[in-house]
Design a protein around this ligand. Structure first.
Ligand SMILES: NC(=O)c1ccc[n+]([C@@H]2O[C@H](COP(=O)([O-])OP(=O)(O)OC[C@H]3O[C@@H](n4cnc5c(N)ncnc54)[C@H](OP(=O)(O)O)[C@@H]3O)[C@@H](O)[C@H]2O)c1
Length: 316
């Protein structure tokens, strides 16, 4: 575990909003790419970054939904991208690269959770494929446009506690478990940031991962109310219980990660509640970040596997 993986005292908390963490930060002239930037915490991320002066590119799986969600917000460009479709990733990246623009921050906020077993692309398990491999291919394809000093923010989850990388059966050929699949994909999001940070450091390009909090969004589309009541997420009326955040609060950590000067000179860290997270306690409590998600050997191994599966590697 890296010794830098400890709170730094940002002055923000679990109730801070994306707008609050951007107070006094002028993003005029900066370009941000936000996947999933038209729903849930991604939508709030797009709004906050654009309000602070950034130009935001929000590639969408469902363009019409994005157009409706982002209507009236200035400095936002919508494009098309399906992270489960390697050809869609390639054509989006090619369109973007052809414009010759530079990217100052990438926030990979798109994701699916606990979806029924399905396959995407050339047969990838869908949660690993969309949440990890799709973003892996996207960032690698866009790498030549990433500006020196940029930040790449990989949106993970405390769900990474549910599973390390299952090296013996990443694709769940021997029986599917939707929460293990989510956990593996979210562990991959963290390991991706660990390895990318190594590659980008020489150019001042730093990568972080994070848990945004627990926020009611469309992410629960694959779950029944009964399951969420049993898991203690909701009451029987469908209201969030416990330490839930609003979408504006849920977007705060990724916006903070992408912009805070307090993180200058750091990278490869897992964040939550607008601060660096603590290591997970040894007693198995689902809090902080697990060792296996920050392990540099695991990160390097996952990179090789992901490059092999996607056929893309900006660092080969
Ligand atoms: N909400 C929480 O409590 C929570 C907790 C921990 C971590 N997270 C993480 O936060 C991130 C954002 O989640 P959210 O809560 O904002 O969920 P959300 O409202 O469902 O947003 C997810 C976004 O991902 C997009 N997406 C899904 N599949 C895609 C694909 N194949 N290609 C391109 N885009 C795709 C969705 O587009 P469509 O609507 O068009 O499918 C949507 O815009 C996820 O990575 C999630 O794991 C959320």
């Amino acid at each position: 575990m890296t010794t830098a993986q400890h709170k730094i005292g940002s002055g923000f908390t679990d109730t801070s909003t994306a707008t609050e963490v951007l107070h006094g930060i002028d993003l005029t002239g900066k370009l941000a790419l936000v996947t999933g930037g038209y729903s849930g915490i991604g939508l709030e991320t797009t709004k906050a970054l654009a309000a602070a002066g950034a130009f935001v590119v929000a590639p969408a799986r469902r363009r019409a939904v994005a157009e409706e969600a982002l209507a009236g917000i200035e400095n936002v460009e919508i494009d098309e991208l399906d992270l489960g479709d390697p050809e869609s990733i390639r054509t989006f990246a090619d369109r973007f690269l052809a414009t010759g623009r530079r990217i100052d921050m990438i926030i990979t906020s798109a994701g699916v959770m606990a979806s029924p077993e399905s396959r995407v692309g050339p047969g990838w398990e869908a949660q690993f494929g969309i949440n990890h491999l799709g973003h892996f291919a996207l960032v690698n394809r866009l790498w030549e446009a990433v500006a020196d000093g940029a930040r790449i923010i990989s949106v993970s989850s405390r769900g990474h506690h549910f599973s390390p990388i299952r090296w013996d059966d990443i694709e769940f050929t021997a029986g599917y478990d939707k929460w293990q699949a989510y956990g593996q994909a979210k562990t991959a999001n963290i390991l991706f940031a660990v390895q990318l940070d190594k590659f980008g450091r020489d150019r001042g390009i730093r990568a972080f991962s994070l848990h945004p909090g627990r926020i009611r969004t469309n992410l629960i589309r694959h779950l029944e109310l009964r399951e969420m009541v049993e898991a203690g997420f909701m009451d029987t009326e469908g209201n969030m219980v416990g330490d839930a955040k609003t979408p504006e609060q849920g977007a705060a950590t990724q916006v903070w990660a992408a912009t805070s000067p307090l993180l200058d000179g750091m990278g490869g860290l897992y964040l939550q509640d607008c601060d660096v997270a603590e290591p997970a306690p040894a007693d198995g409590t689902i809090a902080g970040v697990r060792d296996y998600a920050l392990d540099p050997t695991e990160a390097a191994r996952l990179w090789v596997l992901s490059a092999d599966r996607t056929g893309v590697n900006a660092f080969a």
